[in-house]
Design a protein around this ligand. Sequence first.
Ligand SMILES: *[C@@H]1O[C@H](CO)[C@@H](O)[C@H](O)[C@H]1NC(C)=O
Ligand SMILES: *[C@@H]1O[C@H](CO)[C@@H](O)[C@H](O)[C@H]1NC(C)=O
Ligand SMILES: *[C@@H]1O[C@H](CO)[C@@H](O)[C@H](O)[C@H]1NC(C)=O
Ligand SMILES: *[C@@H]1O[C@H](CO)[C@@H](O)[C@H](O)[C@H]1NC(C)=O
Length: 511
Amino acid sequence: MMKLKYQNHRGGAFAGLLVLLFPILLPSLFCPLGHASPSMLSELNTPKPRHSRLFRSALQRESSSLQLSDLWSPLDNQGWRTCAESKNVTALPEKSEGYIQVFLDGGLNQQRMGICDAVAVAKILNATLVIPYLEVNPVWRDSSSFMDIFDVDHFINVLKDDVSIVRELPDEFSWSTREYYATAIRATRIKTAPAHASANWYLENVLPVLQGYGIAAIAPFSHRLTFDNLAMDIQRLRCKVNFQALVFVPHIRALGDALVSRLRYHQSKTEETGANYLQRDVGRRNSAGKFVVLHLRFDKDMAAHSACDFGGGKAENLALAKYRQVIWQGRVLNSQFTDEELRSQGRCPLTPEEIGLLLAALGFDNSTRLYLASHKVYGGEARISTLQQLFPLMENKKSLASADERSQIKGKASLLAAVDYYVSMHSDIFISASPGNMHNAMVGHRTYESLKTIRPNMALLGQLFLNKSISWLDFQQAVVEGHTNRQGQIRLRKPKQSIYTYPAPDCMSQA
Ligand SMILES: *[C@@H]1O[C@H](CO)[C@@H](O)[C@H](O)[C@H]1NC(C)=O
Ligand SMILES: *[C@@H]1O[C@H](CO)[C@@H](O)[C@H](O)[C@H]1NC(C)=O
Ligand SMILES: *[C@@H]1O[C@H](CO)[C@@H](O)[C@H](O)[C@H]1NC(C)=O
Ligand SMILES: *[C@@H]1O[C@H](CO)[C@@H](O)[C@H](O)[C@H]1NC(C)=O
């Protein structure tokens, strides 16, 4: 295993969670999500609905058509347009200062940000970027390369006037490999880039290496470029990479399109397959249906890390406490806060039941098409079933695509995540049950495309769920009021915040 040591420096309640993960123990404890898959969890009693009164009311809810049309209507025009293309593009330098190599850890969405930052750093240094190397994550274990996930030709072509990019190092530098840097201290390796380093830091510390050796390999590189005090054209270039240059390989887009079409035209894979879809779809264009993507990241790590109580009783609490101890060995303590305190602070990820109640209270009825973008749910089928009772038309990759269609992405976490990303970007509404990289990536990309994205008000929901006597009507009213301004309205980036989550005002301007 390579000794590059990476650190995650993102803020937020779940910061650092992923780097703490330990690979052992993981696979068999999770239950894969899917209509057909049996629960493999034996340690749990069946988790019961925690909010059974609300749940019963929600099952009988009737949504007004006014409320529904309001929910499904696209965002009002807010008078912002995108401007990733800088007006004064700085021309490519006549001579490159050398090659920049980066090694990116994390899951797909974290690597995506690293790619955007790498292009920006190459621009700052007038260097040539080598297509970034994607590390194999110890948890997800997907060895897919950049080329397996993203369309490289498109990437290089879209950025050709901004930065020069090569697929591979020329022969004279072929010694500069991951193995080379893993086995000894090397003069061409930059390993001390501080989190959110400034442009000047790169000019002072990396440029001399480039000029001396013709190459610099930066690792670790996650979250290593500041979001503040950068030239406007560098910020816009970052957005151009994220929102224009990075597209998935054709087979991912094709599968994504097929899933979107099946969601819109209410077909399932058992109805018909292959070419028939296309024919039917063309004929039924007029009746395109709408759908919500729900990103339900509720896995054991997240459940254990939050130290909240999720209603699985003593057995579950013990299992989570033990897991915390084994995985984080005392670095994540049993919280000093009570479950009530954690909840009212909005620090507990929403369970499938809770996100279901939120969607029901917002007005989504039982004819809503819901696509689940996620593949592991702690508590498995039992936890999913409460959500499914509220939303019977619930789908995922497995229910919508045949085994044959899924064969190319099977077991490959990054490719699975790429399909979910693609479907999420094509949904009418996106909502995430917990903050994290996927949530942030979608908030940013969908803001850029002016698409509706509901951001759950975790603290409000935590408080409402604590009130065991609250009536459905009061719950519903409080939920609706608490989410009117959380549906994708532009929020301007504040200092230190990520340009990939808040692309305005750097990459968008008021028309
Ligand atoms: C959907 O809800 C309506 C009204 O509450 C109910 O009559 C109907 O049976 C439900 N349909 C399904 C499929 O659950
Ligand atoms: C990069 O190139 C531009 C234009 O050729 C030049 O103005 C700038 O000083 C160069 N920067 C570095 C770090 O070499
Ligand atoms: C364009 O360049 C000029 C001067 O070179 C600078 O003053 C201006 O801020 C730049 N505009 C943008 C949008 O970067
Ligand atoms: C719980 O909800 C009820 C109404 O549904 C309300 O009267 C009561 O004040 C709430 N309790 C708390 C502690 O907020």
